[in-house]
Write a protein that binds this ligand. Structure first.
Ligand code: G3H
Ligand code: 13P
Ligand code: ZN
Length: 313
């Protein structure tokens, strides 16, 4: 099915508008009904465009039919909502998502030799553009764990001298870049570590019309780490990217900001707290609805304090 039949929006249109007007569209990952509803509630309350991001492993977890059933059932016709494959690792995986009804796909060839990255990215673009589906590709590599398919111990910053040619050859609609963010909850070795704004500036200058994407952009709110630890969990020394740094990146052409870990922390801290404080509770609807509400609260805060995307639908 085509994404328009689900009432979904064209991702490139959302990003082009954001690039023009100087804000970022948040891409929030989801994995089930609760996390999807949490994001949609935040979008509705803030009147923000959002990109619903599904990783390959999240798609595997939900299954095609349940995922697309959830999307069909969601009420978002008036909003600017896109459905996006996050970190597709093959042409086949991207094609599968496009055929299901996704409005954009990311082909992540960042771990491949450059020529293979370009070749497969271009193949994905050629297929996607036949259906007006937008494509994100990546040049450079983030440190950390992206999903079970992609792990990297090193940070390979994007080379600003290569971006123009990469965009031209791949025909990509947006470009994910590496300027010092990383996936997961453990992002910084020391608190003073700064993103490489010098690299971002040069990239933006070389491809001013291409929306830039920042992965690994969670700020890891310390209140969630504290609550998780207080109510039976054990997460130590987890620090994210400060909201001030993300806002600065957005003012320098970052147009799509990916958030997953912050949602996981919000959700998990609420589950732990609810079960810890109400020891007799065993109805999943009770702790899942408090967790959904906490994730919505966090998505609203990110939209209002970082993205600047409220009232931009
Ligand atoms: O960057 C990727 C996301 O955080 C997805 O991770 O494969 O565990 O769903 P996942
Ligand atoms: P975080 O782990 O910082 O939330 O990054 C998520 C992400 O980049 C998803 O693609
Ligand atoms: Zn990512």
């Amino acid at each position: 099915m085509h994404y328009s039949e689900f009432g979904l929006s064209n991702t490139k249109t959302l990003l082009t508008r954001a690039l023009r007007d100087g804000y970022a569209v948040p891409a929030f990952n989801f994995y089930n009904m609760e996390t999807l509803n949490a994001i949609l509630a935040a979008a509705e309350i803030t009147q923000s465009p959002v990109i619903l991001a599904v990783s390959e492993s999240a798609l595997e977890y939900m299954g095609d039919d349940i995922l697309m059933g959830l999307i069909r059932g969601a009420q978002y016709k008036k909003n600017s909502i896109a459905l996006h494959l996050d970190h597709g690792h093959s042409f086949e995986s991207c094609k599968h998502a496009i055929d299901l009804g996704f409005s954009s796909v990311m082909f992540d060839g960042s771990a491949l030799p450059l020529n293979d990255n370009i070749k497969i990215s271009r193949r994905v673009s050629d297929y996607a553009h036949r259906f007006d589906v937008s494509v994100e590709t990546e040049l450079g590599q983030l440190r950390g764990t992206e999903d079970k398919n992609t792990k990297s111990d090193s940070n390979i910053f994007t080379n600003p001298n290569m971006v123009q040619d990469f965009v031209k050859q791949t025909q990509t609609d947006s470009l994910a870049i590496a300027i010092g963010t990383s996936h997961g909850a453990y992002k910084r070795k020391n608190k003073n570590e700064s993103l490489r704004f010098d690299i971002l500036e040069r990239i933006a200058k070389n491809i001013p019309n291409t929306p830039l994407v920042l992965h690994g952009a969670s700020s890891i709110p310390q209140k969630y780490i504290k609550d998780i630890d207080k109510f039976g969990g054990d997460i130590k020394n987890a620090y994210g990217i400060s909201p001030a740094q993300i806002r600065r990146a957005i003012s320098m052409h970052i147009t799509k900001v990916n958030i997953d870990s912050d949602s996981r922390l919000a959700f998990t801290s609420a589950v732990r707290k609810t079960l810890y404080q109400n020891r007799a509770v065993f109805d999943p609807r009770i702790y899942l609805s408090t967790a959904t509400n906490e994730m919505t609260k966090n998505c609203i805060a990110e939209i209002q304090n970082i993205m600047g995307s409220g009232y931009k639908i």
